[in-house]
Design a protein around this ligand. Structure first.
Ligand code: SF4
Length: 381
C-alpha cells in the first residue's frame, strides 16, 4: 500500500482519483471502480503497490508491438483490477478480480529480474496499467536509468495528469480499442461511458513522444462494425499519422460471452482492407498465426521487410538505419531490430512463487492505516 500521487482532495472532503478517465470521487473508506485505489482517511492509496499477480518474459510481438524494438524480450507484469469491465475480456482472471493481493516485489527486484533474464525492456500488461500507475512509474524510472525501455498495454482511458506522469518513463504503448470503438458497444459490454478520453490520451501521448501502436479487438456479432472501423482508421491517419501501425485482433470465446464464435478471419481481413483504404500503411491481423498480414510490408515497394509467424520473426530485410533493404524507403521503426530476434524461444517462466511471498491486505491493516491517516490529517489541519 502506498499513497497515490494521481488524486486531489475536493472541497467536500472526498478525493478525486485522476489516474483514469472515470475520475472516481470517493468518500472515506470507499474504493474506486477498479477496486485497487481506496480513500483511507481522506487520502488516496494504491492498495496493490508492489503486489503483482503475474510476471513472465515475452517476445515484444506478443503485446503486440511490431515496430518498436522488434525481436526484443520484455519482462511483463500485472497487478489485479481494471478501469473497465469487459464481458469479453481475454484476461478476465487477472483484470476482473478486484482483490488486494499479489506477490510482493520492489521496483529494484523487478529491474533486477529483467536484467537477469536478458530482457531489453519492461512491459506493464495483462491488466490495465493506469490503475497502478504510481508503481509502474517507480519501476519505470529505475528501469530507464539502467538502460531498459518501458511499454504499456493499455485501454488508453486515461487523464492528462496520468499521461503527464507516464511520459516521465514510458517509451511505447499498445493502445487497445475494442469493438471498433463503437460507443454503444463500449457502454453495454465494457461499462465505458464514452470512448472520447482515449482519443485525447492518444493525442497527449503522441505530443509527449510515446511510440504508439493501436489494436482493435473485433468481437463478432456485438463489436464488429466496419463503419466504425473506418472512422477509427481515418482518425488515426488524421491525428497520429498514416505510419501508425494498427492490429485487428481475433477474439476467442471467453468470460461472459463465451457463447460467441471466434472472429471470422474474413471479418478481420475486411477490417484490414478498410484501414488500408483510409491510408494506414502498416495494417495487421492478430491472433491468426501464419496469416500473411502478420508480416510488415514496405509501403513503397510492397516487399516483406519483416516476416513473422505468430510471435516469431523469421526474416528481417531492413538496413541498420531502418530502411527497406530492397528500395531504401524509411520504415517506421522505434528503437532498432534487436539481435534477440534470432533466439528460437523468447518466452521465459519466472518462478515468482519461489522468489517472493504471496500476500493479502487484511481488513485490520486497512482499518489501522485508515485511522492513522485520519489522525494525521486532523492533526495537520
Ligand atoms: S483508476 Fe480506479 S479509482 Fe481511479 S478513476 Fe479509474 S476506476 Fe476510479
Amino acid at each position: 500500500m502506498k499513497e497515490a500521487t494521481l488524486y486531489r482532495v475536493l472541497p467536500d472532503g472526498k478525493v478525486e482519483c485522476t489516474a483514469c478517465a472515470r475520475r472516481c470521487k470517493l468518500s472515506d473508506g470507499q474504493y474506486g471502480f477498479c477496486g485497487v485505489r481506496w480513500n483511507l482517511g481522506g487520502r488516496l492509496y494504491l492498495m496493490v503497490y508492489g503486489k503483482i499477480s503475474a510476471i513472465a518474459v515475452d517476445p515484444i510481438e506478443k503485446k503486440p508491438l511490431y515496430h518498436f524494438n522488434p525481436g526484443s524480450m520484455v519482462l511483463s507484469l500485472s497487478t489485479y483490477g481494471c478501469s473497465w469491465a469487459c464481458q469479453y475480456c481475454q484476461n478476465f482472471d487477472i483484470s476482473q478480480r478486484r482483490v488486494l493481493e499479489g506477490f510482493e516485489v520492489t521496483p529494484e527486484k523487478i529491474v533486477e529480474l529483467a536484467e537477469d533474464y536478458g530482457a531489453q525492456g519492461v512491459t506493464y500488461t495483462y491488466n490495465e496499467p493506469s490503475i497502478f500507475m504510481e508503481f509502474a512509474h517507480d519501476v519505470g524510472v529505475l528501469a530507464r536509468k539502467r538502460g531498459l525501455f518501458n511499454t504499456f498495454v493499455t485501454n488508453g482511458y486515461m487523464t492528462d495528469e496520468a499521461v503527464d506522469l507516464l511520459s516521465k518513463f514510458l517509451d511505447a504503448a499498445t493502445v487497445d480499442f475494442k469493438g471498433n470503438a463503437e460507443p454503444k458497444f463500449l457502454r453495454k459490454f465494457s461499462l465505458v461511458p464514452d470512448p472520447e478520453p482515449i482519443f485525447q490520451a492518444l493525442l497527449e501521448m503522441k505530443r509527449k513522444g510515446v511510440f504508439i501502436e493501436v489494436t482493435d479487438l473485433v468481437v463478432p456479432e456485438i463489436g464488429d462494425n466496419l463503419e466504425y472501423a473506418r472512422r477509427l482508421a481515418r482518425w488515426i491517419v488524421d491525428n497520429l499519422g498514416p505510419d501508425t501501425p494498427i492490429h485487428f485482433l481475433r477474439f476467442h470465446p471467453d468470460y461472459k460471452v463465451d457463447y460467441l464464435p471466434p472472429t471470422p478471419i474474413k471479418s478481420l481481413e475486411e477490417h484490414a482492407r478498410v484501414a488500408k483504404e483510409e491510408g494506414l500503411k502498416y495494417v495487421y491481423v492478430g491472433n491468426v498465426p501464419g496469416h500473411p498480414l502478420e508480416n510488415t510490408y514496405c509501403p513503397n515497394c510492397g516487399r516483406v521487410v519483416i516476416k513473422r509467424r505468430g510471435f516469431d520473426i523469421l526474416e528481417v530485410n531492413l538496413t541498420e538505419d531502418g530502411r527497406c533493404k530492397f528500395c531504401g524507403a524509411k520504415i517506421n521503426i522505434g528503437g532498432k531490430v534487436q539481435p534477440t530476434w534470432r533466439v528460437s524461444d523468447r518466452f521465459a517462466y519466472v518462478p515468482i512463487e519461489l522468489l517472493s511471498r504471496y500476500v493479502k491486505v487484511t481488513r485490520e491493516q486497512i482499518e489501522e492505516l485508515r485511522s492513522k491517516v485520519r489522525v494525521k490529517v486532523q492533526g495537520s489541519s
